[in-house]
Design a protein around this ligand. Structure first.
Ligand SMILES: Nc1ncnc2c1ncn2[C@@H]1O[C@H](COP(=O)(O)OP(=O)(O)OP(=O)(O)O)[C@@H](O)[C@H]1O
Ligand SMILES: [Mg+2]
Length: 224
């Protein structure tokens, strides 16, 4: 069974009198454990597609099934619940809280699921260990390199043990060596069973992934 199944998904942004068609009748299935890249020019709809998959925004029309359950008709509250349980998000800008340590940043998503303080700490430590940053727990973001900040963000994405990792240009702000390290971590997470979907401009990065989906003007034009 497909983990992610989109049928005839469209997304229209209404800007006053102007409608922006960001996605047109997208059909897409992704199986558990896949390693997928989404490529395409700026403005082609990559982030919009990732946001719909990650339940950050609802499609305007179409059907979305996640793990066999329809999500296109859920309330905002239920959508937020699914989002927190199923997805870990990684962005181009790391979105770390500047006055919180690496450990505190990673533990943050656990505040909303009722874990005890000890458990939050233990799980955040475990997630930092997975990205090789056990020795930076007490550093603030500004005391870390860009690559290390992105690794903290990955640990934060992992702390709820999501099935699916969604990464939107995670190497866009990094030099190529730090970027390669981030991709290595994502490949390793995939090996350990996470489904990984990565948006990238970088064709070389896309070549390292098993499946490449190309978007142009809101449509899937290639899927190999
Ligand atoms: N919140 C929004 N409101 C209105 N229009 C939007 C919104 N978000 C995106 N768009 C429009 O939808 C289209 C797709 O945008 P999207 O951000 O998905 O592109 P992208 O492929 O991620 O581009 P980039 O590579 O530059 O990040 C663009 O034309 C954009 O202007
Ligand atoms: Mg984008």
């Amino acid at each position: 069974m497909a983990l992610i199944s989109l049928t005839n998904i469209s997304k229209v942004y209404q800007m006053g009198a102007v409608a922006v068609n960001a996605l047109y009748s997208i059909d897409l299935t992704i199986k558990q454990g896949e390693l997928v890249s989404i490529i395409g020019r700026s403005g082609s709809g990559k982030t919009t597609l990732l946001d719909v998959i990650g339940c950050l925004s609802s499609p305007t029309s179409g059907e979305y099934f996640l793990d066999g359950a329809s999500v296109s008709s859920l309330s905002d509250v239920d959508m937020a619940k699914i989002r927190n349980q199923s997805f870990g998000f990684i962005f181009q800008t790391f979105h770390l809280l500047p006055r919180q340590t690496a450990l505190e940043n990673v533990a943050l998503p656990l505040l909303y699921n009722g874990a005890s303080k000890e458990e939050r700490r233990a799980r955040a430590q475990e997630a930092l260990q997975q990205v090789g940053l056990s020795n930076r727990e007490h550093h603030l973001p500004r005391e870390l390199s860009g690559g290390q900040q992105q690794r903290v963000a990955i640990a934060r994405a992992l702390v709820n043990r999501p099935k699916i990792i969604l990464a939107d240009e995670p190497t866009g702000n990094l030099d190529s060596k730090s970027g390669d390290e981030i991709i290595d971590i994502l490949l390793e997470l995939n090996q350990r069973g996470h489904t990984v979907i990565l948006v990238t401009h970088d064709v070389e990065i896309a070549h390292r992934l098993t499946r490449k989906i190309m978007i142009a003007d809101g449509r899937i034009v290639q899927d190999v």
